[in-house]
Design a protein around this ligand. Structure first.
Ligand code: ATP
Length: 359
């Protein structure tokens, strides 16, 4: 169990700054996710922590130890990649044993620890199998056992589940989380998949062009995104431009938009928007409902132009009088509304209308 501190880390490849003064503290036993668009620097950051890259400036600490210049094989990190990187000519046990052989551990200890690791990933008894005789999910479990067998100081995972089908991915998500928590392992996990990050992370960072755009718990980042980029990366949302009018007695703000005045809250209590300030509102589709609460402040008319039934949810495209289009998502739909020219009324609670600085 290790605390990882990243201090002012900068890396350039050619003329391109890929990591731009990154500062981050990852707590002991924390499962931390790096999320962001392709090319934002997630893998580069992970590879610096693993020891495959040297930064141009900045430091990486494992607890009090400065590991910035320590070679990868001396950092005791367990790695797991998208490509399982297993050796096809070795059997399961030999693949898992590799890190211990390298460390020249005695034979009985290797056997004991390999069996222990295979049991942990629910592959007990499969040590003699050839890699080609395993399913994709089982191969990924071997890769996890191989990362764990060395009793790593931390576990580094780079898109480990993206080759698996949806069902296996779900299974492995909870397995990886269970193992990290059971052993108090500090884990850093790179992914494109926001559901994976939201469902597994203790905390996560959204990266954008080599910088950390926002760091927080899944709930903090989903409910209080600090920018347009973060709001749309972490989930579906509707953006509505507006101008701040007044602050209400209950701490919300009246924002004039093209179709109505909406009551909204700033994404952070540290920001007090001024009268006349241009802002951007973010309203998640599931925060919009077809309202019947007559006294709700955020209630406005429109009509449904498209309906998509998705089983657990139904998505509506709502067309408003001024031409604005909003997506509304109803969970556990009981009654599917077909597209129609008839007027419907949509509403959102003021706490679900999040005010961001205009771009
Ligand atoms: P993805 O999600 O697509 O894997 P990422 O966020 O992990 O992307 P990185 O792999 O860290 O992104 O790459 C960040 C940028 O650095 C990219 O523009 C990439 O082309 C560049 N880059 C990465 N590794 C190298 C390298 N060894 N040499 C030169 N450029 C590199």
């Amino acid at each position: 169990m290790v605390q990882i501190s990243i201090r002012d880390l900068t890396k350039r490849f050619g003329g391109q700054t890929v990591l731009d003064h990154v500062n981050l503290e990852i707590g002991q036993g924390e499962l931390f996710f790096l999320l962001g668009p392709s090319g934002c620097g997630k893998t580069t950051l992970l590879r610096h922590i693993a020891g495959f890259y040297r930064p141009d400036s900045g430091q990486i600490l494992f607890d009090e130890d400065d590991v910035t210049r320590l070679p990868a094989h001396k950092r005791d990190t367990g790695m797991m990649f998208q490509s399982y990187a297993l050796w096809p000519h070795l059997n399961v046990a030999q693949n898992v044993a590799f890190g211990l052989e390298e460390r020249k551990r005695p034979r009985p200890e290797i056997e004991h620890r390999v069996n222990e690791a295979l049991e942990l990933v629910k592959l007990a008894g499969l040590g003699a199998r050839k890699i080609a005789q395993l399913s994709g999910g089982q191969q990924q479990r071997v890769a996890l056992a191989r990362a764990l067998v060395i009793h790593p100081r931390c576990l580094l995972l780079d898109e480990p589940l993206s080759n698996l089908d949806a069902k296996l991915r779900h299974e492995m998500r909870s397995e990886i989380r269970r193992i990290c928590k059971e052993f108090g392992l500090t884990g850093i996990y790179v992914t494109h998949d926001r559901d994976e990050a939201l469902s597994m992370a203790d905390r996560l960072a959204i990266m954008d062009s080599g910088k950390l755009a926002q760091v927080g718990t899944p709930e903090e980042v989903y409910r209080n995104p600090c920018s347009r980029m973060v709001a749309e990366f972490i989930g579906e949302t509707n953006f509505i431009s507006g101008t701040v009018q007044t602050q209400t007695a209950d701490g919300f703000y009246e924002v004039q938009t093209a179709f109505t005045t909406l009551r909204a809250r700033p994404h952070t209590a540290n920001w007090q928007p001024q009268h006349g300030e241009k802002v951007l509102l973010s309203v998640r589709p599931e925060a919009l409902t077809f309202g019947h609460l007559l006294d709700s402040p955020n209630r406005f008319p429109g009509h449904i132009v498209d309906t998509t039934y998705l089983g657990t949810t139904v998505q509506y495209l709502l067309h408003l009088q001024d031409g604005t289009q909003l997506t509304v998502c109803e969970i556990n739909p009981q009654h599917i509304r077909p597209p129609s020219a008839d007027e419907v009324r949509a509403m959102a609670m003021p706490q679900d209308v999040v005010m961001l600085k205009a771009d």
